[in-house]
Design a protein around this ligand. Structure first.
Ligand SMILES: NC(=O)c1ccc[n+]([C@@H]2O[C@H](COP(=O)([O-])OP(=O)(O)OC[C@H]3O[C@@H](n4cnc5c(N)ncnc54)[C@H](OP(=O)(O)O)[C@@H]3O)[C@@H](O)[C@H]2O)c1
Length: 333
């Protein structure tokens, strides 16, 4: 698989990563361990090397899963984890009611030790601030992360869902290897300012939810078909009339997909690749079949005309329903 550098950290990874969150939580019950392990194994066989997790996915379950997978092959993996979103350790699975933000030095150091133990490693390759805690200047947070780089506990620093100003301030303290924010045909806010700033600062862009939380694959046709504790039950774009209108847009994209002999999900990923070769999408899946399909997107080239037509069909004006999730649950991070 084509390799992409993560900023100037010296770390490279396959152009497509794997989002592991759904194996533990948020999109239905945790996946069976054997199925998750088979998916992780197949990913590595196919050249996927960036595995994306967080201390909060499944409250440690997701890191433990990756830790078991990494045994005996740690040096072939690029493990990305995150800190900063704190949950009640005894809270219910699949819920984000009990979420708080904490970017403090103490919390960062304590939670990193937990991540290292669960991942069964002595270094996290890419360590993200999962969400910036507005109570703490980003310069201070990045300064503390830079110390962890010096100590050899993390290899590179990432941020998630921050804007251009924070990126600049952060990068003035220590190089930032990657920014992970939501980006797909379903959500394109980063195009105006964030992506250009990443390019100017040499920060690799990692789109999360690159399949529009599964919508862009066409596999989800009603919120009612989702598991009872699937958080997408609360996503406006997946509801009633909005869903019907959005599915009608996908029907138009299907014509382009059919002409390219590929699937809707592959078109969504190929469209991201068409936005630049410094972009590493991390589609989430818990099954081998979807993983193989997603990896197939790496070889699909959309012409500027094809990418433009798809952009026009799924333009922000055409998509029905806001990105914001209905209370009481906010979108999984
Ligand atoms: N930094 C942040 O704040 C943040 C926020 C959200 C997510 N993330 C990261 O980004 C990763 C990806 O995002 P995401 O999981 O929210 O959304 P996504 O990748 O856009 O979509 C995942 C959904 O698409 C389905 N899917 C995947 N490939 C498919 C295919 N080929 N055909 C049909 N359906 C397919 C998955 O199904 P199955 O699960 O059933 O396989 C899952 O329901 C996460 O795993 C997580 O690591 C980060």
């Amino acid at each position: 698989m084509r390799q992409v550098a993560l900023g100037n950290s010296g770390i490279s990874c396959g152009a497509l990563g794997l989002g592991c969150m759904g194996m533990s939580e948020f999109y239905g019950p945790p996946q069976d361990e054997a199925v998750s392990q088979a998916t992780l194994k197949r990913a590595l066989e196919l050249g996927v090397t960036l595995f994306d997790t967080s201390d909060m996915y499944g409250r440690g379950h997701n890191e433990e899963l990756i830790g078991r997978f990494a045994r005996g092959k740690r040096d072939r993996l690029v493990i990305a984890s995150k800190f900063g979103v704190v949950r009640d350790p005894d809270g219910p699975s699949g819920s984000l009611h009990d979420r708080e933000l904490d970017n403090s030095r103490d919390y960062m150091r304590r939670t990193l030790e937990g991540s290292l133990r669960r991942l069964g490693t002595d270094v996290v390759d890419l360590y993200y601030v999962h969400r910036m805690d507005a109570r703490r200047p980003i310069e201070d947070t990045v300064g503390d992360l830079a110390e962890l780089v010096q100590e050899g506990k993390i290899r590179a620093i990432g941020l998630s869902e921050v804007g251009p100003e924070i990126l600049r301030r952060a990068a003035s303290v220590h190089p930032i290897a990657a920014l992970q924010s939501e980006y797909s045909l379903f959500h394109r806010d980063v195009e105006a300012e964030v992506l250009p700033t990443c390019r100017e600062l040499g920060i690799t862009f990692v789109p999360y939810s690159p399949l529009g939380r599964g919508f862009l694959t066409g596999a989800i046709t009603s919120a009612a078909s989702l598991d009872a504790n699937d958080l997408r039950q609360n996503a406006p774009r997946f509801q009633g009339e909005n869903m019907d209108r959005n599915l009608a847009l996908l029907e138009q994209v299907k014509v382009i997909a059919a002409a390219k002999n590929c699937t809707l999900g592959q078109v969504a990923l190929a469209w991201l690749f068409a936005q630049g070769d410094d972009i590493v999408p991390i589609p989430g899946t818990k099954r081998v079949k979807y993983l193989e399909e997603n990896v197939g997107a790496v070889g699909i080239h959309l012409t500027p005309e094809e990418a433009g037509s798809i952009s026009a069909i799924l333009s922000p004006e055409n998509i029905a329903g806001s990105r914001e999730w209905k209370a009481p649950e906010a979108a999984p991070r």
